[in-house]
Design a protein around this ligand. Structure first.
Ligand SMILES: Cc1cc2nc3c(=O)[nH]c(=O)nc-3n(C[C@H](O)[C@H](O)[C@H](O)COP(=O)(O)OP(=O)(O)OC[C@H]3O[C@@H](n4cnc5c(N)ncnc54)[C@H](O)[C@@H]3O)c2cc1C
Length: 319
């Protein structure tokens, strides 16, 4: 059966590509289906400086290396496709592409990742990666000795503002309400840090600069008054959106829409595994996506081997 695979992986970011490498190397017939370009969030990253064993690499190059490695082991990768239907709830899983072609498999790994919530302010798209960041662990170091803003008022915003004081000389937290939506501990720590100050009941309405970000326009939510502020960088922590819309009726999700998995990356559905930024977890990095992808692949491989054994057992003996 040409369109039948042992495993289908949905998503070709760090998690999906790693799962593809492990499965294909174990001689498991594997297909990766990806909407958009291969690499996922890695290709949005100018420089990855915290991937172990690699001094510094562009996200594009790391993604290209992972893709080539998976293909060398025999993994089939189809990118820039549109998945039009998914059926995970029978023993034989199926994924329809482009409204006509259907692929089937014994196991599926969901590795669809996610994205940080954006403000939607003028200039945000232009200065993403050129002064605007959504990840303190990834980019904090680039702002050593600089003046930055942090947008948000929840746990992540305040925790990351404090962590960014290791690098930045001055941090202004901008929050739309007059109170924070964070645990008291985070509020206390941020308020007691000399490098951090606050602008409440305000939002950023514009990011501007030339080659990189130079400043923001901030609007007071009550008075509508706008003020200009020169800055070197902006970190935005206003939430995270997992890409789980297409499977939300099929596997268990938590209240944030993240896929619930056990420690072996099993989802609530037999034969369906998940890995990377789309699962319910706290830390989202290339290394954690790679680790999840590894575990999901090893679990899926075990599951597929058991199915193959069962099938052999069910075959009538030759007489
Ligand atoms: C700007 C930026 C900088 C970062 N810097 C760093 C860093 O320096 N170091 C670090 O460790 N981490 C960094 N990260 C985080 C890291 O990139 C991610 O945690 C990691 O790449 C997530 O990998 P993933 O495979 O889980 O998901 P993703 O990379 O999101 O990949 C998911 C893939 O699935 C595809 N997809 C989505 N929905 C569907 C669907 N329905 N059907 C088919 N395909 C689908 C997407 O197109 C995408 O290709 C950064 C993130 C960003 C955004």
């Amino acid at each position: 059966m040409e369109n039948h695979y042992d495993a289908i992986i949905i998503g070709a970011g760090a998690a999906g590509l790693t799962a593809g490498i492990y499965l294909s190397r174990a001689k498991v017939k594997t297909l990766i289906l990806n909407e958009g370009a291969v690499g996922g969030q890695m290709v949005l990253t100018h420089e990855i400086a915290n991937y172990p064993g690699v001094d510094s690499i562009s996200g594009y190059e790391l993604a290209r290396n992972m893709k080539a490695q998976a293909q060398r082991f025999g993994c089939t990768i189809k990118s820039n496709i549109k998945i039009t239907n998914i059926n995970l709830n029978s023993k034989m899983k199926s994924v329809e592409v482009g409204g006509k072609l259907t692929y089937t498999s014994d196991a599926v790994i969901i590795a669809t990742g996610g994205k940080s919530r954006t403000i939607g302010a003028k200039g945000e798209d232009i200065f993403k990666g050129k002064g605007i960041s959504y990840c303190a662990t990834c980019d904090g170091d680039f702002f050593t000795g600089k003046e930055i803003i942090v947008v948000g008022g929840g746990n992540s915003a305040l925790e990351e503002a404090v962590s960014l004081t290791k690098y930045a000389s001055k941090i202004t937290v901008i929050h739309q309400f007059d109170h924070f939506q964070a645990l008291e501990h985070y509020v206390h720590e941020a308020k007691n840090n000399d490098k951090i100050n606050f602008i409440m009941e305000s939002k950023v309405v514009e990011f501007y600069g030339e080659d990189s970000l130079n400043g923001v326009v901030i609007e007071n939510a009550r008075t509508g008054e706008q003020t200009d502020m020169k800055i070197d960088g902006a970190f935005i922590f206003i939430g995270y959106v997992p890409n789980t819309e297409s499977i939300k009726e099929m596997v268990e999700l938590n209240k944030y829409g993240e896929i619930v998995v056990d420690s072996n990356m099993h989802t609530s559905v037999e034969g369906v595994f998940a890995a990377g930024d789309s699962i319910a977890k706290r830390f989202r990095q290339v290394t954690t996506a790679v680790a999840d992808g590894t575990i999901a692949a090893l679990s899926a491989s075990e599951y597929i081997n058991n199915i193959k054994k069962e099938k052999k057992f069910e075959e009538p003996a030759l007489v």
